[in-house]
Write a protein that binds this ligand. Sequence first.
Ligand code: AP5
Length: 214
Amino acid sequence: MISGAPASGKGTQCQIITKKYGLVHIAAGDLLRAEISSGSEIGRRAKEYMEKGQLVPNEIVVTMVKDRLLQSDCQENGWLLDGYPRSLSQANALREFGFQPDIFILLEVPEENLVERVVGRRLDPITGRIYHLKYSPPETEEIAARLTQRFDDTEKKVKLRLQTHHQNVESVLSLYEDITIKVNGNTSKEDVFAQIDSVLKKVIEQKKTTSEAM
Ligand code: AP5
């Protein structure tokens, strides 16, 4: 699992992690945005909460994430949950469904950097890649011309998202305390990944040793 404040770099790191480790990336925010794009009633309701920077109710999110985790690719390749769980009730629901992470990565970035990261974020609708106008600019004019911005990526909305994050983060952390690794997210994305990668290598090594001993 990977966690952290809005724009702490979760999605960026997930793209690098999945490329190397082949895990299935499940981002609650992406699932919700896909539902909004589909034009469904659930998507319409979810957007009302996302516009206000609030958590979307469990009756929508919990089943959505559970159903995705139960798909065969997650069982075969392993999963990487991004932005979920975000409350104690979501964490408890996951546990009851039998999903237990090997590791809980917490990205730490000072709050004053988060707003700038949000406002400058752009997305490539074709490749799904995450860019930043200053820190990770698009490689070509063609890509630059097609970049889009998320509807909740404004200074005002990110402040609301940060408030929601602060209200909930401690309760989730308390449940995963024994497997939490804090990572300094306030450095280049390559350096952040190097920290995560060394942790993941150890986890894989430990799992190998345990399975060999059985
Ligand atoms: P969600 O989509 O999960 O948004 P978030 O948590 O606010 O996180 P972000 O996606 O904004 O940021 P990120 O950490 O992935 O950063 P990124 O890598 O893009 O959730 C949106 C909404 O959905 C929520 O507000 C809520 O309403 C709802 N929701 C989601 N999950 C829910 C749940 N479990 N329950 C209920 N409701 C839920 O990076 C950000 C920018 O910084 C990019 O431009 C990037 O290029 C740049 N960047 C990344 N790394 C670096 C670096 N090291 N240095 C410099 N720049 C960097």
